[in-house]
Ligand binder design. Sequence first.
Ligand code: NAD
Length: 325
Amino acid sequence: MRTLVTGVAGFIGFHCARALAARGDEVTGIDNLNSYYDTALKAARLDALREAAPGFRFVKADIADRVALGEALSGQAFDIVVHLAAQAGVRPSITNPHVYAESNLVGHLNVIEYFRHHDTLRHLVYASSSSVYGANRKLPFSEDDRVDDPVSLYAATKRADELMSETYVRLYGMPLTGIRFFTVYGPWGRPDMAVWRFVEAILRGEPITLNNSGRMRRDFTYIDDAIGVLAAIAAGPPRHPERTPHVYNIGNSRSEELKRLVAVIEDALGRKARIVEAPLPPGDVIETHADLARIKADYGFQPETAIDVGVPRFVKWYKDHYGIA
Ligand SMILES: NC(=O)c1ccc[n+]([C@@H]2O[C@H](COP(=O)([O-])OP(=O)(O)OC[C@H]3O[C@@H](n4cnc5c(N)ncnc54)[C@H](O)[C@@H]3O)[C@@H](O)[C@H]2O)c1
């Protein structure tokens, strides 16, 4: 299978490319290597990828630049596209909205429009987000729920990606599937996310900020669980092209209170956190919880990793990677 992964130097893109190369796909990756977080981490992921998959090919390009994207891909045929490049993160979308419009709106349109004209395409799987459920109160969140109530610009861009994609399915019969990821964490993770920030701060003896007194719940998804099913989805064409919307939740279907996450991190580190309380920031939701009925029925997805197992694995990776005893 000739596979393209966008956002390949990112957390999920790196794991996805590595898993697809391991199963025998010929993997090409695109990323603009932006400095949203430490670019050394992105470079280290690419190095690890080249080591694990010698046939891996990397192209540096910005998906928001239509001409550059066309040049980067020209003359190559792909069967599968896993489109993960985006400006991630809820809170910065409030302070820096334009980069979200460029990467997530223009970039997403550029990718699906480019592949509209691509004869060999069997499936283009793209990243949406659990944040599209916004202010919804009905839990767990199901793909059949209405999603009209975003609480951040990030969520609005991801919802817009879904709507653009649904339009392309309807107009052109394109094989597009969106994935609503629920708080993915694990080795090679993202430095702006809670698990990483808490581990880093506790190791440095710095306080951690717990919003809403830690009375927030998240469906924490371990990276290997997410990648296993993502790879299965990207192994062939969409299973139910007739069903709308063409999206799946990928979560853990266990919603954990943030206070419990902190306790699990403290156990894994053998250190106590110093906690500073803060109110719920604008853009954040109180709870996420994935209904996995659809992805279980179609792909037999059964997430296996609770935070009690996944967090210690992350801590081990973090200490090894940064040489901390
Ligand atoms: N990690 C999660 O919990 C989570 C949850 C929901 C949705 N998602 C979505 O999954 C996808 C991957 O997330 P991640 O956690 O790996 O984030 P990440 O930031 O680690 O990876 C995104 C990658 O995309 C690249 N990128 C950004 N804008 C680009 C552009 N214009 N052109 C080319 N490359 C660009 C970045 O350099 C980065 O390497 C994103 O679309 C994100 O919105 C992630």
